[in-house]
Ligand binder design. Structure first.
Ligand code: SAM
Ligand code: SF4
Length: 322
């Protein structure tokens, strides 16, 4: 039967943010001193996430991505991967991470059933990376990328949020795809946490710069291509993808729901509409009732976002899950 919203979009993808904490402080995502931390009992437990996921998969979700905050800093995240990956009917289990802890947990994650990883790296220049993340050491993030490649994860993707004057020169990333079979996705900065329109760079502007580097045109995207459009470069091992939520929104093809660390289900990243799932899970409702709530939530999924008119969302990106 599957899950469909009011606009006949099929919803088969669930993003689960398992923590709002992070071991970095990317300046556009988190304030320097972090955020007010939620007490542990306010977060969904792994058993609660599993119960919700089982209902969601029975209803029509077939892909789950764990994110955060930094998902790998939540204690024993590997066991959650194992619990979710075993859900009958789930076809894809993936993770978005800053990569710092992949050298430590990569093997266990693979063994637990993780299929794919996206690693966020906004700059390959050590100083710029540190400035952007406030604490980060690019060597550790690259070690995470190499670990993901060595483990044979399918289609390792690198997420790079474009920021004017900081990382809008793509040369280092082009070198990266000549040296490693990774898919670098340039993403437009979104008005979520700290928003300064002067920092925004459109994908069209970036694309124009790529003409100088042997761009050979569109190619089929790697597994789990989602809203990204991919392009090949002559002789390169990897590809470049573009994600343009602001300049050319892809809401017509939106297939996702988001679950926040404190158990709120959000039908749209750019809307503060959210539904309290934690209470119903703690009221021990049946799987059928959870499914009814999911269907209800889908009725509130907006047709398209109005990020252009947004002042600021109530939550930061790390509290929603990117
Ligand atoms: N800590 C993990 C990481 O960095 O990959 C997972 C969580 S992070 C919130 C997920 C993604 O959201 C990252 O790729 C990050 O760059 C992106 N992100 C955060 N704030 C953003 C914003 N305002 N606009 C666009 N992307 C953003
Ligand atoms: Fe942490 Fe990811 Fe946000 Fe950076 S983008 S502060 S790594 S949650």
């Amino acid at each position: 039967m599957g899950l469909y919203d009011r606009f006949d979009r099929r919803i088969d993808y669930l993003r689960v943010a398992i923590t709002d904490r992070c071991n970095l402080r990317c300046f556009y995502c988190m304030p320097e001193n972090g955020i007010e931390l939620k007490p542990h009992e306010d977060l969904l437990s792994y058993e609660e996430i599993q119960r919700f996921a089982e209902a969601a998969v029975e209803a029509g979700i077939s892909k789950i991505r764990l994110t955060g905050g930094e998902p790998l800093i939540r204690k024993d995240a590997v066991s959650l991967v194992k619990m979710l990956a075993a859900t009958p009917g789930l076809s894809d289990m993936s993770l978005t991470t800053n990569g710092l802890l992949l050298p430590e947990y990569g093997d266990a994650l693979k063994e637990a059933g993780l299929r794919r990883v996206n690693i966020s790296i906004d700059s390959l220049d050590p100083e710029t990376y540190q400035k952007l993340t406030r604490y980060g050491n690019i060597e550790r993030s690259i070690a995470g990328m190499k670990k993901a490649l060595s483990l044979g994860f399918k289609a390792v993707k690198i997420n790079t949020v474009l920021i004017r004057g900081i990382n809008d020169d793509p040369e280092d990333f082009i070198k990266l795809i000549y040296n490693y079979p990774v898919h670098v996705r340039f993403i437009e900065l979104m008005p979520i946490s700290k928003w300064d329109p002067n920092l925004y760079v459109s994908i069209d502007e970036l694309k124009a710069k790529l003409e100088d580097y042997g761009l050979i045109g569109p190619v089929e995207g790697p597994v789990g291509a989602g809203p990204a459009k991919y392009f090949g470069f002559k002789g390169a091992l990897g590809t470049v993808g573009f994600i343009s939520p602001i300049s050319n929104h892809f809401c017509g093809g939106c297939n996702r729901l988001r679950l926040t660390p404190d158990g709120k289900l959000r039908p749209c990243l750019f809307s503060d509409i959210e539904f309290d799932i934690k209470s119903i899970l703690r009221d021990n409702v049946s799987k059928e009732e959870i499914i009814l709530v999911i269907r209800d939530v889908l009725n509130s999924k907006p047709e398209k976002h109005e990020a252009g008119k947004l002042e600021k969302l109530k939550r930061l990106m790390c509290q929603i899950g990117g």
